[in-house]
Design a protein around this ligand. Structure first.
Ligand SMILES: [Mn+2]
Length: 317
């Protein structure tokens, strides 16, 4: 049995597309929304099985990876997130690079000697590596604006509170994308899917652009979004957009949610683009917080902790 395990964002979907164009293989697909990254927990592989893993942290999947390797399966693993300790195991082929200017599609591009460069450029745009996308395109005659929009839209499709929120299940979107050697072919043959993503994106962004300002200072902006699928889909891209328009300002987007723990917010924090630090320290002051210095989040901020959060945000930025 073969398993193709991949993040449900642009980098994951496009990395697998390139790999399977070059090396066709029938495999069971294992994926989910962008934030579902503990994907190897769902794989029960052993002797004689092949597992390919793309664009999910090896640290998060470490225990499941060791279980699968020890059970005798062969694993090909390519990723750019925090890897933790990479196991020394004869069954593991690891392509890990956590440098800040690398995404998984670039690792696959290197592995395949640039055979699907246009896809790599779209994936780099989708993972928010615009400068790198432009560098990768040098010497290739590519429609950069279209590749930028396609990468961004596939990335946007991965955001949501559950797969039910998403316009396309990432597995279905992969099946549509993987039939094409280039994103230009995909765009000309599958314009319907591109238009559906464009339309959803436009509507979601219109919904969130009227959002409530909860706090505003020279150093930061805190935005509140209502509890809706539109908010959950658009918040990530909206945060990136606000950050690009105001690079010296920190941002927090609080999306209202009802959970078993009660009413509260899903919080996404972005440090200023011009000084990418402090987001993780702020998030970790709260029970369900975590993330990186530049971008962090809190899975559930109780309603009554909103004032504490705004105070902590103001002193952090
Ligand atoms: Mn990625």
């Amino acid at each position: 049995m073969n398993y193709d395990v991949f993040n449900g964002d642009a980098d994951g979907i496009i990395s697998l597309t390139m790999l399977r164009r070059a090396q066709p293989l029938n495999a069971e697909l294992v994926t989910g929304r962008k934030r579902d990254i503990a994907l190897l927990d769902r794989v029960d592989a052993g002797e004689g099985d092949h597992v390919t893993v793309l664009d999910v942290s090896m640290k998060t999947n470490g225990a499941a990876l060791r279980r699968i390797l020890d059970a005798g399966a062969k694993v090909f693993y390519a990723d750019h997130h925090n890897a933790g300790d990479i196991p020394e195991h004869p069954n593991l082929e690891a392509h890990i690079n956590t440098a800040s200017e690398v995404c998984t599609a670039v690792l696959i591009d290197n592995y395949l000697d640039g055979a699907y460069r246009a896809w790599t450029v779209a994936a780099a745009f989708g993972d928010n590596f615009s400068a790198m996308a432009h560098r990768l395109a040098v010497g290739h005659d590519l429609p950069l604006a279209s590749l930028d929009e396609l990468g961004m839209l596939i990335n946007y499709n991965g955001y949501g509170g559950s797969v039910d929120d998403l316009l396309f299940h990432p597995e279905d979107l992969y099946r549509e994308v993987c039939a094409f050697d280039t994103p230009m072919d995909f765009l000309s043959k599958k314009g319907r899917i591109f238009k559906a993503l464009q339309k959803g994106f436009r509507e979601d962004m219109a919904t969130v652009s009227g959002a409530k300002v909860l706090d505003e200072t020279s150093g930061g902006l805190v935005i509140g979004l209502q509890d809706s699928a539109s908010s959950r889909r658009a918040s990530g891209t909206y945060g990136n957009q606000l950050a690009q328009e105001n690079p010296d300002r920190a941002h927090a987007i609080l999306t209202a949610q009802e959970t078993e723990a009660g009413a509260g917010y899903l919080v996404s924090i972005r440090a200023p683009l011009s000084k990418r630090e402090g987001a993780d320290r702020l998030a970790m002051q709260f029970e369900t917080g975590g993330g990186r210095a530049a971008a962090a989040g809190i899975n559930h901020l109780p309603e009554k902790a909103l004032g504490d959060f705004i105070n902590a945000f103001q002193s952090a930025f």
